[in-house]
Design a protein around this ligand. Structure first.
Ligand code: ADP
Ligand code: MG
Length: 282
């Protein structure tokens, strides 16, 4: 297959929605695997103490495993807590152990606590030779708007919001969007919602269509054309430490995530390099 085009610059994408069960982790994992399988170097950072993204990528996250906790609260560099995955040599993962649950509180007393993840990523990328730098960094957020998600919003250049095609899909989004505005004003001027992904779409229900229409009316171009259907293979895959792309490549869950990742990649091609953006756009 045609490889996906690399982005104009490294894209650090924060996958956030404070609602649980909307497909954040599933989307992070499957988009990450798709980008990697189609030739783009990708780093998945698991920022949820539950460690579901680590599980789905087959990466050990028992207590004691070097993890994102050690980089956020401790002195580890990201390179010391990055693990390979079996999905693709292009895909690396920083797992989350349950220790991370304490980080929300432990971080409160840490200097520049909101900037910890951003600094870690910047130092990691800067230390790598260009040909090994990731094209994509995907950050899987916990279902809350605490210090962990705040770190992810400060670290990211853009936010991807998965929205489940269900009742109350838009409820609570206002709070997330407000938080993103606050972060933009005070901590990370570059951050913006750039992508909405519709997940768990059930074509047999009228409701799913109504929700999809409502989301498209509200967010317009931000919504990817590719929609992720509700598909049992998607929910089975993590039990085997796999993405749906490796577990059942022919399934609709798999092909829809490949389509979504391709679109994401195509939209990233024209991004100007970060350091030249100010100069070229005045
Ligand atoms: P979040 O990270 O937002 O809490 P998850 O990605 O963990 O949400 O998804 C919640 C549950 O829904 C999981 O059990 C997952 O396997 C399942 N799921 C997610 N996407 C799909 C899908 N497209 N089809 C079927 N099940 C899905
Ligand atoms: Mg999750």
């Amino acid at each position: 297959q045609e490889p996906f085009p690399p982005p104009g610059r490294i894209r650090v994408i924060t996958i956030a929605n404070q609602k649980g069960g909307v497909g954040k982790t599933t989307s992070t994992v499957n988009l990450g695997v798709a980008l990697a399988l189609y030739g783009l170097r990708t780093l998945v950072i698991d920022l949820d103490p539950q460690g579901n993204a680590s599980t789905a990528l087959g990466v050990d996250h028992t207590v004691g495993t070097p993890s994102i906790y050690d980089a956020l609260v401790g002195d580890s560099t990201l390179s010391e807590v990055v693990h390979p995955t079996t999905a693709s040599p292009n895909l690396l993962c920083v797992p989350a152990t349950i220790d991370l649950a304490g980080a929300e509180i432990e971080l409160v007393s840490v200097v520049a606590r909101e900037h910890r993840l951003r600094r870690s990523i910047e130092a990691y990328v800067a230390a790598l030779p260009r040909e090994r730098r990731p094209h994509y960094v995907l950050i899987d957020c916990p279902p809350s708007l605490g210090l962990l998600t705040l770190n992810a919003l400060v670290a990211g250049d853009e936010v991807l919001i998965p929205i489940q095609c269900e009742y109350y899909a838009l409820e609570g989004l206002g709070q997330l969007l407000n938080n993103i505005d606050l972060v933009r004003q005070h901590l990370n001027p570059g951050i913006a919602v750039r992508t909405i992904l519709l997940t768990m779409y059930d074509g047999r229900t009228k409701l799913a269509d109504q929700v999809a229409d409502e989301v498209r009316n509200h967010f317009g171009e931000l919504v990817l054309g590719a929609v992720i259907p509700r598909n049992v293979r998607v929910s089975e895959a993590p039990g085997y430490g796999q993405s749906v792309l490796t577990y059942d490549p022919g399934s609709r869950g798999s092909t829809s995530y490949v389509d979504a990742a391709r679109e994401l990649a195509q939209r990233g091609v024209d991004l100007p390099p970060l350091d030249s953006a100010a100069g070229s756009n005045g």
